[in-house]
Design a protein around this ligand. Structure first.
Ligand SMILES: *Cc1c(COP(=O)(O)O)cnc(C)c1O
Length: 392
């Protein structure tokens, strides 16, 4: 069977290049510790930054929703799927971000895929940061607009691309993550917003990792810097501890997205319980200033502890810290050694990151205890010298 043998060949190729992914199954809920093969393991690779994934108030909102709304949403939002819960969640998130409107999606992936394709198309041009999330890249592809990739966080490179390519296109859209998911560094949002104004381009900012962590009430990095992008994408599966996403912007932009985003139009609406869970999570996120401080304090402690051990941890101030390793197999061996020592840190390999920059990616949680952070640093200190000697 040629098809089956081709599939086997592709899998074997992944395995040969150290790229076969085989994540461990987690039993029980997501928390600062998770259960793997019956062992309690310190989890340092979750995006559940505020520890809300297992919060009783959110679980109670889901239970209440089951009584009020039932389970399913029955159809696309454009058929019979627009329910009270969806409208209330959209109003709550528009209010949170201070935009006139917002549209709810089932996932951040779907939100990015649909949003980019809804607002630009053939004849338009997109300017996209080199390290943007895969869902934004896929949205660019689906849009069939021309794509110009600017060097990571380089407003200068963006400006020169705008000078070269803006005039030939009808519409232009600048796209960036605010807090980059695999590097933990931050986009120069003010400069990007200035360039968007000067060159008559829209600005789409993906706040997936920043929302809930930065800005007043956790409203994200754009809010923290006083920048007002045309479109903000926020996801609900990370700090909010739920699942789903929204796109916030003007009434007109959101109306266009509701009409044209293929992942919105041609997909069953998210279950109403997800919308109600998001509303409950929003209340918790707004009031989580203390948790935000603890979270960033833990990240700083990890960053300085690992630096003192000699690891290559780039400067940063967010809850995401990459420990650069380089090789794929070596990264995964180190991840396995850490798991043996009771610490779950995921290795990140190409194509998620560039070839030769495989890394361990650590994320702190507000619900970690200081002893757990110290335990993690000890685990790194005890890694096999043969494996890490030349890294330091
Ligand atoms: C996680 C993530 C997404 C996708 O969101 P999901 O809700 O997980 O599908 C989009 N953009 C960025 C930057 C992300 O980190």
């Amino acid at each position: 069977m040629p098809f089956e043998s081709e599939i086997r060949r592709a899998l074997a190729e992944l395995e040969r290049s150290g790229l076969l992914r085989n994540p461990p199954p987690i039993s029980g809920p997501q928390g600062p510790e998770v259960s793997i093969d019956g062992r309690p393991i310190l989890c340092l690779c979750s995006n559940n930054y505020l520890g809300l994934a297992n919060h009783p108030a959110i679980a109670a909102a889901v239970q209440a929703s089951l009584r009020i709304d039932g389970v399913g949403s029955a159809a696309s939002r454009l058929i019979t799927g627009t329910m009270d819960a969806h409208r209330e969640a959209e109003a709550a998130f528009a209010d949170f971000l201070g935009t006139p409107a917002a549209a709810l999606f089932s996932t951040g992936y779907a939100a990015n895929l649909g949003t980019v394709q809804a607002v630009v198309g053939p004849g338009d041009v997109i300017f996209s940061d080199a390290l943007n999330h895969a869902s934004l890249i896929d949205g660019c592809r689906l849009s069939r607009a021309r794509v110009q990739v600017f060097s990571h966080r380089s407003a200068d490179h963006l400006e020169s691309l705008l000078r070269q390519h803006r005039h030939a296109a009808k519409r232009a859209l600048i796209i960036t993550d605010s807090l980059f998911s695999m590097d933990g560094d931050i986009a120069p949002l003010k400069e990007l917003a200035g360039l968007a104004r000067s060159f008559d381009a829209g600005l789409l900012v993906d706040e997936a990792h920043a929302l809930g962590v930065f800005g007043p009430e956790g409203r994200g990095l754009a809010a923290a810097e006083g920048v007002e992008p045309d479109l903000i994408v926020g996801t609900l599966g990370k700090s909010f501890g739920v699942a789903g996403a929204f796109v916030a912007g003007s009434e007109e932009a959101v109306a266009l997205i509701r009409n044209r985003a293929r992942s919105f139009v041609y997909s069953t609406a998210p279950p109403p319980m997800l919308a109600r869970a998001a509303i409950a999570a929003l209340e918790l996120v707004r009031n989580a200033n203390g948790a935000r401080r603890v979270l960033l304090g833990h990240a700083d402690a990890l960053r300085s502890g690992l630096r003192q051990l000699g690891f290559d941890v780039p400067p940063g101030s967010s809850q995401i810290l990459p420990v650069l390793i380089g090789g794929n197999e070596r990264t995964m061996r180190l991840s396995a050694q850490l798991l043996d020592r009771g610490v779950f840190v995921q290795g990140i390999r190409p194509p998620t990151v560039a070839e030769g920059t495989a890394r361990l990616r650590l994320t702190a949680m507000a619900t970690h205890r200081p002893e757990q952070i110290a335990f993690a640093i000890k685990a790194f200190a005890s890694l096999d010298e043969a494996e890490i000697g030349d890294l330091r």
